[in-house]
Design a protein. Structure first.
Length: 67
């Protein structure tokens, strides 16, 4: 028999930021949100932006940072 780990993933609020637009209406709005968040980075980032039903951003989650 092999032991299998049981794990869970929990979200923890690390910080917050202000976004001048109220909702994400276009790819340009999404770009402006992430540009403000990431700034000038030297690696590839895989992010998830959580939106509510009115397309208002509620959270940003780092999924992976490239090598």
């Amino acid at each position: 028999m092999k032991r299998v780990n049981i794990v869970s993933l929990k979200l923890v609020k690390e910080s917050s930021m202000l976004y001048k637009e109220h909702c994400v209406r276009s790819p340009e709005h999404g770009y402006q949100l992430l540009k403000q968040f990431l700034g000038e980075v030297d690696r590839e980032y895989f992010l998830v932006v959580y939106l509510d039903i009115k397309n208002q951003p509620t959270a940003i989650n780092f999924c992976h940072i490239g090598a």
